[in-house]
Design a protein around this ligand. Structure first.
Ligand code: GUN
Ligand code: FE
Length: 453
């Protein structure tokens, strides 16, 4: 058992932050938060007296805080190799010009090892304790990504990508046949489930049709059946851009959401990236099936031709988390994405075209607060994946990041330390990777900042 002592921030609701000031957190051998003791509890002092000299007792320094680890609901691990570049073309051209060529290189396991090791370490160093990954079409390299997550201590949900349509995909980067795509996916699921038996924090296989335009009807149907057979998570892209949304309408005469549903691809453990163009009935279908949206606001600014009506979707009761969408989104940090979630929502509310009258410029009641953005990056992600993660609360995993606000070279501007809400907001807006002192997943330390000063 590990015992931690300090002040933690966690979501109480979508809009409210729980401030657990100087609490004691008891973490059991499985890495679960077994008990949280408040200074108001009768046993508090006695507990401190008996445990504080144990080697497994961890007391936070002044000016450091616990936050739940972030949950990144949409990362293309292979695209890390081109992050920060190639953002000048619309989605269809971007995929064909830059992205399919780079993903095709993951047939080479040495290259895969280098890129995947770096992206998993980067995400951990940025406070991301759980990530829902797209790998590539290559079965071996996809298993390797799951192995790297297992070894580095990150909770990884990993998908071997399926792209079997001969007309839509280039010859150099697609599944050879539909039969191969399904057989490789099934073997991938079996291999990752086998690997998971020895992984404390969990690794999970994910059924991953890239998006409808990449896949034949047969593979979509087969993938829905595999997800049901093995009870796996499912991920894809849904109604992302004008082009992608229209493509599905033209092919099936219905919207993406209903087409995916017909193939058994919407369910409680399904996470659909983007989903900007969901119409009313699509939104209801997501809610009814328990399907979650991975909101990828940085990527949306480049590829989605729109801003997601996040507030409206959330108020309707849809499950929502945040995704970096590396490399459509360039940043490996969910702090950056939390900030942009607020900014994008403000721009949607006010509108951006100054030549329009104010009342015609935006979409009223669209803004979200920083507390809500934090919720989506943590608790919302946990709900979306149907896992007990994303909160610092009893019964949840001990997945935390320890934020050091007093780093000598870059202290945060905290001059009224009594005001914890003020501190929380400054942490959300100003934290950089160097402020993240330690990261823990399932009760194990998986990252320690090395540039101590
Ligand atoms: N749609 C299909 N593939 C992709 C991808 O890799 N990134 C994004 N943003 N959208 C996609
Ligand atoms: Fe994506």
């Amino acid at each position: 058992m590990h015992i931690f002592h300090g002040t933690a921030f966690s979501s109480k609701s979508k809009t409210e932050i729980d401030i657990l000031e100087n609490h004691i957190f008891c973490v059991d051998a499985n890495g679960m938060i077994e008990k949280i003791i408040s200074p108001k509890d009768a046993e508090y002092q006695e507990f401190l007296d008996s445990y504080q000299h144990d080697e497994n007792f961890h007391r936070l320094d002044e000016g450091t805080f616990f936050l739940p680890g972030f949950i990144d609901l949409h990362v293309h691990a292979a695209q890390w190799a081109q992050s920060g570049t190639a953002l000048d073309l619309p989605l269809y051209d971007w995929l064909n010009t830059y992205t399919f060529p780079i993903e095709s290189k993951f047939a080479d396991l040495d290259f895969a090892q280098k890129v995947y090791t770096q992206v998993v370490k980067q995400l951990l160093a940025n406070g991301t304790t759980t990530a829902l990954y797209f790998a590539t079409i290559h079965k071996e390299a996809s298993v390797l990504l799951a192995e790297i997550c297992a070894e580095k201590g990150q909770r990884g949900l990993v998908g071997k990508v399926v792209m079997d349509d001969h007309e839509q995909n280039p010859d150099y980067y697609r599944d050879a046949t539909t039969k191969d795509a399904l057989a490789d996916t099934e073997q991938f699921i079996i291999d990752v489930k086998e690997l998971a038996k020895d992984v404390k924090q969990g690794v999970y296989p994910v059924v991953t049709p890239r998006f409808i335009p990449s896949c034949t009807d047969e593979s979509l149907k087969g993938l829905g059946e595999l997800a049901a057979k093995y009870d796996t998570h499912i991920q894809s892209h849904c109604s992302e851009s004008d082009w992608a949304h229209q493509y599905v309408k033209d092919r099936f005469g219905k919207n993406d959401a209903f087409a995916l549903h017909d193939f058994g691809l919407l369910q409680d453990k399904a996470v659909m990236a983007h989903s900007n163009f969901l119409e009313e009935a699509d939104q209801d279908l997501f809610i009814q099936t328990g399907t979650a949206v991975a909101h990828c606001l940085i990527s949306n600014a480049y590829f989605a031709n729109s801003a997601l009506p996040l507030k409206a979707f959330s108020e309707k009761g849809m499950e929502i988390g945040l995704g970096s969408d590396i490399s459509g989104g360039f940043s490996p940090s969910l702090f950056d994405n939390v900030r942009q979630a607020v900014i994008s929502s403000r721009m949607l509310e006010d509108g951006v075209n100054p030549s329009l009258e104010a009342e015609h410029r935006g979409v009223p009641n669209s803004r979200i607060t920083i507390n809500e953005a934090f919720y989506f990056a943590t608790a919302g992600g946990g709900e979306s994946l149907s896992l007990p993660i994303g909160k610092i609360a009893e019964g949840y995993t001990w997945d935390v990041q320890i934020i050091d606000t007093q780093l000598k070279t870059a202290p945060l501007p905290i001059f009224n330390a009594e005001d914890f809400i003020d501190t929380f907001q400054k942490i959300m807006y100003l934290t950089r990777p160097e402020h993240i002192r330690e990261v823990w997943v399932q009760g194990e330390k998986v990252h320690q900042r090395t540039n101590e000063v």
